[in-house]
Design a protein around this ligand. Sequence first.
Ligand code: LRH
Ligand code: MN
Length: 440
Amino acid sequence: MRPILATEAAALTPIAPELVASENRRLEPELRSDFEHLGAQLARRGVDIEAVVARVRRLAVAIPSWGVGTGGTRFARFPIPGEPRDVFEKLEDCAVIQQLGRATPTVSPHFPWDRVDDVAALRERAVQLGLGFDAVNSNTFQDLPGQAHSYKFGSLTHAQKAVREQAIAHNLECIELGKKLGSKALSVWIADGANFPGQQDFAAALDRYLESMREIVAALPPDWRVFLEHKLYEPALYATVISDWGASILCAQQLGPQAQCLVDLGHHAPTVNIEQIVARLIQFQKLGGFHFNDSKYGDDDLDTGAIDPFRIFLVWNELVAAELRGAPGFDPAYLLDQSHNLTDPIESLIESTVAVQRALAQALLVDRARLREQQEANDALAANRTLRAAVQLDVEPILAAARLRSGGAIDPIAAYRASGYRARKASERPQGLAGRSGIV
Ligand code: LRH
Ligand code: MN
């Protein structure tokens, strides 16, 4: 590997380590007393706070490369100063999130948005920044300039074979890119569906999906997985081919052990019981992973935990229960998938990672022996109280201690704002050139 330039050395820890250390020195005395207090409270409940901290420190959440640029809606996008203009700058911003939060060691790339000429240089840059690559995302929901066939009427399920072959070839190319980057999974979300009753033969479309996915699964290295991501609607507004967990698990079972289901929290109707879907997917060894975010109405891609933190706790309650009982084949991938229209994406991704850690810590505090007794005794109220008791404790000292012990910031948002990183990037990354690096 060639010697690291001075500028790169500085970029390796995007924020001056001394700044983080001085911020921590300011906050540590308070954290220590809060931690001891919580430790005593938990000890009375028979919970070892150190074990909870250790488990939280082992959690790794992948950052979506498309999440560090500002997102938008069909109405508008409001870029902010210093937006990343290419995947190398996206990695730099992801390194800030990892430096301060110490829970996001990998980035999930999206192709062709993150396409580069020199993939080895991209991997080397990530290594220099202390990052790796998680699942690679294919994209057959947009047409590229000069593309032979349009995806207007679908991709892997399109009625015309030539379009399906083009989409399959793109997914195979993503696998090759992922192999060069050290990924171990391909994530496939397709927009395929219909806007009118009668427009699509539901069974024929699903048959074409399976036929195309079989070619993609056949190209996977033996230690890879493919994640099938279901979504109720949008952009298809009448019927989506892979619309729900039912369609997804049926296809994953048809496609074999390397095919698993990915649960994007925003891809369900508002009233759907997502934690029960998670329990089902675990039971049938088809839970591949998550795209965490939050929503009130549709696929709003809001910050995880910003709208309904209890819902993500209920999901983690199922995940922790599965982990503790040693559920067979249980190895979900955890990723964020968000679109940041009004906030600094780095702050939102830091805060959203903490929201995932918080849900894990709370789920680890559930008194499961007592809960099981109450469930078997049909004592509904007591069982619900036992579950809710876990979210009524302030677990922030556990999360801050986990960050501190992993070399991060006790208060990552305060450290980020004190660093002036965004202002520095605003001068380094002229606004005019701010590319459309996010979702719009
Ligand atoms: C689709 C989706 C999918 C990504 C895209 C960026 O709504 O959740 O996971 O490919 O967002
Ligand atoms: Mn998603």
